[in-house]
Design a protein around this ligand. Sequence first.
Ligand code: AMP
Length: 421
Amino acid sequence: MTFDNLGLMPQLLRAISDQGYHEPTPIQQQVIPAILEGKDILASAQTGTGKTAGFTLPLLQRLSSTSTRPRKRHPRGLILTPTRELAAQVNESVTTYAKHLPLNTTVVYGGVSIVPQIQRLRQGVDILVATPGRLLDHLGQKTLDLSQVEMLVLDECDRMLDMGFIHDIRKILAGLPESRQTLLFSATFSAAIQKLANTFLQSPTVIEVAPRNTAASQVTQIVHPVDRDRKRALLSHMIGFHNWEQVLVFTRTKHGANRLAEQLTQDGLKTTAIHGNKTQAARTRALKDFKQGKVQVLVATDVASRGLDIEELPYVVNFDLPDVPEDYVHRIGRTGRAGNFGRAVSLVSRDEYPLLKSIERLLKCSIEEDLIAGYEPKPVMPGEVHQPPAQKRRRRAHTQERPTPAGSKHKRRDRRQSRTP
Ligand code: AMP
């Protein structure tokens, strides 16, 4: 399968080839022809599957076929995303793929001045990428009018609902023409997503692709059991020991992200944090420095990291396990992308084992555990069953991190013991 088979116009094929893409990803193979036919789409696709190009390329083609000069404040394509970073990235992708077409795009999101956005909208745009809150601000100020929207994309819709945007989305959709084409992308098809789809999509084509980062994945997953108060030391040790160059570290809280970034900086690692309390300028700068290799470790919370497109990211570390198992899948989706090898490392303290169990249930497999010599958890209280006796644990020095076949934690313990010399 090549892009030529998908019915895309030469200007888009040139842009694709400029990007160095040789063949469409599975989601692209399915969604591009359906969108070109004018169908509404309900697609389950996670970040890393190539979904952005999947909706952007046919959107550009359809809008260029009805091309008129962009009218002030009246975009014809609208892409809604949950976070500012994702909005900025999607806008970058639209710009990239539209480079040989006479279509223009802009992005609006909160946390930055609204004035330049108003000026830009006044100049006329074909495609608008936006986060819901700032979009509503523009509608309220009448600096934007959605009555000419022909195509709407709801990107990472499950995350928009998780973040409480449902009312905003309903308000925004109420102002759109009914005759539009709607494309809904979501990592999961929850009941809430189905309900939204039933309300806002017309006889949609449903497309599901296997999440890259669960089954046939390029991501090696490993759990290092460690006491909570030793996690930071272990992380510094691992980064130094392996000479990891670009590490994305997840924490559960903003406070935790700040504290860890400070501690790692004290350990001599170039580290910065990215989370919702940082200004947009600081978040953008942090991401840029990380992408350019000026910062070695980026510590992020789930919301801030959502959709970050950092190519060829080799290492993702779960400093804390997420409360929601699906977030684990989103997190490790930052690595092993587009055919590259990736490693997802979780530092798991005893109190996090119930979370680990929920994650393994979701993944339908157990994640291999590996004790790092010198960082083994302290002996457990009598009656606790989380760890095998210390003398029976297998010690390994950071080698051979392989995924394991399916099995329960009980089996995993057995496995580990059976390997013990
Ligand atoms: P996305 O899922 O949209 O966040 O895309 C994930 C990454 O895959 C991005 O870095 C894209 O540039 C890249 N990508 C998208 N389509 C292709 C393709 N057909 N071949 C190779 N890489 C791609």
